[in-house]
Design a protein around this ligand. Structure first.
Ligand code: U5P
Length: 235
């Protein structure tokens, strides 16, 4: 497959066309941003690690019957994915209170939820991705009720699969963010699943193995991402 013209640059990835209709070429960058782009930096090796970790999770989910945009890895920091129309909603699933949920509800970080929490955020950089509900999403025409129900159901299913899988790797899945895309009249999982988009804690020490190390200046960011990759793959 050939890498085609440059199409779009996001905060963590660049997208190029390919010579195959319906497929795009994604390059994962080392650039890191947090707090809606207010904090910027680079994490050496991040592009490569997130590319491989995302591919690993998408392949795991495919084995469990969850369809995603992932097609194949093409280099250490690049993968081919199906071209989709991204639904402008972020679906967040949480098992343990952390980040914005801990703040919003006045919970101590680390408080276990009595059941998983699913939230929808409006993907809008200018607004800082606000938390919204079905009424807002329907009023703005962001997605249909059926699409939202489906994405939430997929979020919970993915949560159950990843939680069980990561438990064996001594990793607690605290929370994560998913994005979905429309293609051929259906909705499939898109974007990435990586330490940039999930909170992973070491099961024994509760040490953070994710982007919170960058957000909170804890150091050892690359090492944490590497540790997640090592536990998943043994490499
Ligand atoms: N998250 C993202 N991108 C965002 C906002 C949040 O991937 O733009 C992820 C975080 O990494 C965390 C979860 O795993 O969603 C909840 O984040 P927060 O709402 O607690 O900040």
């Amino acid at each position: 497959m050939q890498k085609g013209e440059f199409l779009y640059e996001g905060k963590a990835k660049k997208i190029y066309a390919t010579d195959q209709p319906g497929l795009v070429w994604i390059e994962y960058k080392d650039d890191a941003t947090a707090f809606n782009g207010l904090k910027k930096g680079t994490i050496s090796g991040k592009g490569e690690l997130n590319n491989k970790i995302s591919a690993y999770f998408f392949q795991l989910l495919a084995q469990k019957g969850i369809e995603s945009h992932f097609v194949q890895l093409v280099s250490d920091n690049e993968q081919i994915v199906k071209k989709v129309e991204i639904v402008p909603l972020e679906v967040v699933v949480r098992n343990i209170a952390a980040g914005s949920l801990a703040k919003r509800l006045g919970l101590e970080e680390g408080t276990a939820m009595q059941q998983p929490v699913v939230e929808l955020y409006y993907k809008n950089d200018e607004l800082g991705d606000p938390l919204i509900n079905y009424y807002h999403a329907l009023a703005l025409g962001l997605a249909t009720r059926e699409e939202m129900l489906y994405m939430e159901e997929m979020g919970l299913k993915i949560n159950a699969i990843l939680q069980e899988y990561l438990r064996d790797k001594e990793i607690i899945l605290v929370d994560f963010k998913l994005e979905f895309g429309r293609v051929d009249g259906k909705i499939i999982l898109a974007d990435e699943i990586s330490p940039d988009t999930c909170r992973f804690w070491d099961a024994e020490t509760r040490e953070k193995l994710d982007k919170d190390r960058f957000r909170r200046d804890l150091g050892g960011v690359e090492e944490a991402y590497q540790e997640v990759y090592r536990r998943l793959t043994g490499n």
